[in-house]
Design a protein around this ligand. Structure first.
Ligand code: DGJ
Length: 743
């Protein structure tokens, strides 16, 4: 899996069995992009791929020249990778090649990046890295572009490090992690958009001349747009056709933007949002961007997602819980909200233990005097009224039941009614002399200030060391307003948002290092910060506060575009559902939540015996197939975003294709359903699979499909979805069918 350099033509070829990424130093020294796509033979020159007519800067004005790290002011009027204000007030840069290095493996941490999360390798054979240095002579601004190609993935990881090697201070106003120039514009931009309780809904639009973008300026990657976009051909499907995925390993403000120029070429860029960013670079100082992950797939969106899933599950997530089976948990939030005491919690835990639950999670309301959301954030000491024996008391009692114990925290927040706010009102983000906007009755702590992070590390380490705690749910329930830090001088306020998120990473790094055995799950009012940045610290995230099974089909389908099942918290909740009022069968709720990190969000002491029996059977099923469901290959089959959205299906296949679990879902029932079939994917055509239904019932679809079926048949013809005559009359709405395939 070499990276080769052809000195004659000054070409770099990053190549593995799946993709080639080619760049070239042009005659004027600029670093040009040749292609990123299917694997091409190494050793040959592809210099002729430079668009004809290009002859250096002289002819460049208006030309659609493909560049690796474009700047402004020299005739390329498309969106730039780097924008700088130099000491003389100008913003013109001419970045010219100055040298390169090719390294085996991937540098551990980009120097100057602090705790910026990045993908990694465990052995040098897994990847090669190219570093190209570009210099702007007059200013001394130096850019080091990093490209890592992974041996077994159609992926290139990119980042940029900007160094001020000149003698005068410069100000960065836009620094992208990557741009990608494509030779045509026949693409659709696919994005994951929504809001609270409706995250990661898929939206697609045809690229048009001009700029089209998604992003966040809220201080978090956000419920509204995920830091991920895909480009797909109009004919691309889940299983076939070309797609590019661009994903940013970052949790703060971002932009993902595509620009189509008059020549119908496309430039895509992804990085920190320039709307809320400026960074002062003193002589000698450096700035490192977050990492961007670029995927090329010619096996559809499915191939793109598969690459991202493997990379993020195996080489972004880290720590003791990366590969461990994740426990089935119960969380008391929807069971009690703030109204609980030790007795109630132990009743829930005991009842859940009897059903097979493995971990009990105590959610919000255990600290200060927090009977509602108006108070106590920041005061991380136990509320003795509710928990007279403290956290250690409840934790040891839960453990004595045979369960592990987990705890909710929301480190980055402060209530105005709290001891912390009384002692340190200036620690809350805001502009002195102006009112601060409250959201969910809380303010945000200024994580750009090291003393705030130090304080939080101190108090939270004490809490986590004070009891047997196996799991932490790290919540974050509001975005930032009045962005300003009293810790930064006026001319550096543009650095606030990025420094804030670096502070969050610092706290995550320190707590996960100090407590390596704790499983961390990130959360931000559900999926408000479900991004690759936090996955580097917390290998799973609460996907959405929407626990309705039918809503979750869309949310989990969308989230799976970029994120693996091992990262997606998915729970069975009570009905009527607390977000929609919908009443769905308990096995439908489980059939959706099985395709994620499984758990419960209800009060098991109030359930009918039939529901308790169902839950016991669900947990038995999930734990029996946990390895497959958490680490298998996820394949999307029928999209809830297509057609009338009434049906959806997906499956997960073992790495050796020896087994699979399929979920098929129908929202509303209609009489005499069409004689449809569900074609599966990813199976071994040579194998014969025993097909059975879960839970074992006499449902006509289970009867129809039970028995031995060839993998070839299941993929070419599919499972039957036809109920004969009036058989479907008893289904009712909101039904799910789970098929198990064992070879
Ligand atoms: C938002 C989370 O997403 C919920 O699961 C719950 O933890 C609440 N916050 C608690 O305030």
């Amino acid at each position: 899996m070499p990276i080769t350099y052809l000195a004659d033509t000054r070409e770099f070829h990053l190549n593995n069995a799946q993709v080639s990424y080619l760049l070239r130093v042009h005659d004027d020294g600029t670093l040009g992009h040749l292609t990123f796509g299917p694997a091409l033979a190494p050793g040959r020159s592809y210099a002729h791929l430079v668009p004809r007519g290009f002859a250096g800067f002289a002819n460049r004005v208006g030309d659609p020249v493909a560049l690796e790290y474009p700047t402004t002011g020299s005739g390329d009027y498309r969106v730039a990778a780097l924008e700088v204000e130099l000491a003389d007030g100008s913003g013109v840069l001419h970045l010219a090649y100055a040298g390169h290095r090719i390294l085996a493996g991937k540098p551990v941490v980009p120097a100057g990046g602090g705790n910026l999360p990045v993908t990694y390798v465990e052995a040098d054979e897994e990847a090669d890295t190219l570093e190209v240095t570009l210099v702007d002579g007059p200013s001394g601004i130096t850019v080091e572009l990093g490209y890592t190609i992974f041996r077994d993935l159609p992926v290139v990881a990119r980042s940029a490090r900007i160094r001020n090697a000149g003698g005068a201070t410069a100000r960065l106003t836009a620094v992208m992690s990557a741009t990608l120039d494509l030779p045509d514009a026949r693409w659709e931009l696919v994005q994951l958009s929504g809001t609270w309780a409706r995250e990661a809904h898929i939206t697609a639009r045809t690229l048009r001349p001009g700029r089209q973008s998604v992003g966040s300026d809220r201080g978090a990657s956000s419920h509204q747009h995920n830091p991920f976009v895909a480009l797909r051909r109009p004919t691309t499907t889940e299983a076939s056709g070309e797609a590019y995925g661009l994903s940013l390993v970052y949790s703060g403000n971002f932009i993902a933007e595509a620009e189509v120029d008059p020549f119908e070429t496309t430039r895509v860029r992804i990085g920190i949002s320039p709307n809320t960013f400026a960074w002062t670079l003193e002589p000698g100082a450096e700035f490192t961007t977050p990492e961007a992950i670029l995927v090329y797939s010619d096996t559809g969106l499915g191939g793109m997602s598969d690459a991202l899933h493997r990379l993020y599950r195996d080489r972004l997530a880290r720590g003791t819980w990366r590969d461990r089976p994740r426990p089935v948990l119960i969380n008391n939030w929807e069971a009690t909200y703030f109204a609980f005491d030790e007795v109630k919690l132990l009743e829930i835990a005991t009842s859940a233990r009897d059903l097979g639950v493995e971990l009990f999670v105590l959610d919000d309301g255990w600290f200060g005097a927090r009977d509602d959301d108006t108070t106590s954030l920041g005061d991380w000491s136990v509320d003795q009224r509710k928990l007279p024996n403290g956290i250690s008391g409840i934790a040891s009692k839960v453990e004595a039941l045979g369960l592990r114990f987990g705890l909710w925290i929301e480190p980055e927040m402060v209530s105005q009614r709290s001891r912390l706010f009384e002692a340190h009102p200036d620690w809350a983000v805001g502009v002195p002399g102006r009112p601060r906007t409250e959201s969910r009755q809380q303010l945000v702590l200024d994580m750009s200030r090291p003393e705030v992070v130090d304080h939080l590390f101190g108090v939270l380490s004490e809490v986590l060391a004070s009891a047997s705690i196996s799991y932490v749910k790290w919540d974050m329930n509001r975005t930032l307003t009045e962005p300003f830090s009293v810790g930064l001088p006026p001319d550096r306020q543009g650095e606030f948002f990025h420094r804030h998120i670096l502070g969050v990473y610092d706290l995550y790094a320190r707590l996960t290092t100090a407590f390596p055995e704790i499983l961390f799950e990130s959360c931000a009012g559900g999926g408000g910060r479900f991004d690759p940045g936090l996955l580097a610290f917390a290998p799973q995230a609460w996907t959405s506060d929407d626990t309705d099974a039918i809503e979750r089909l869309r949310i989990q389908w969308g989230t799976s575009m970029a994120y693996p099942l091992s990262s997606m918290g998915a729970h069975v909740a009570a009905v009527p559902n607390h977000q929609t009022g919908r009443i769905t069968p308990i096995d439908t709720r489980a059939a959706v939540a099985f395709f994620g990190v499984f758990g419960y969000e209800l009060d098991p002491t109030t359930l009918a015996p039939s529901d308790r029996a169902a839950i016991a059977a669900q947990i038995a099923f999930y734990t029996a197939h946990r390895e497959l469901l958490q680490r298998g290959r996820f394949v999307r089959l029928v999209s809830p975003f297509e057609g009338d959205g009434n049906r959806a299906a997906w499956m997960v296949v073992a790495p050796d294709a020896s087994s699979a679990v399929v979920g098929f879902y129908q929202a509303l029932n209609h009489p005499i359903p069409p004689a449809d079939r569900l074609r599966l994917r990813g199976l071994d055509p040579e194998r014969v699979y025993q097909v059975s239904g879960w839970p074992a019932t006499g449902d006509p679809l289970f009867v129809e499909n039970a028995g031995a079926r060839g993998g070839d048949e299941l993929m070419a013809v599919g499972l039957s979805l036809a109920a004969h005559g009036h058989e479907a009359g008893s289904w009712g709405d909101f039904r799910a069918w789970v098929f198990v395939l064992e070879s």
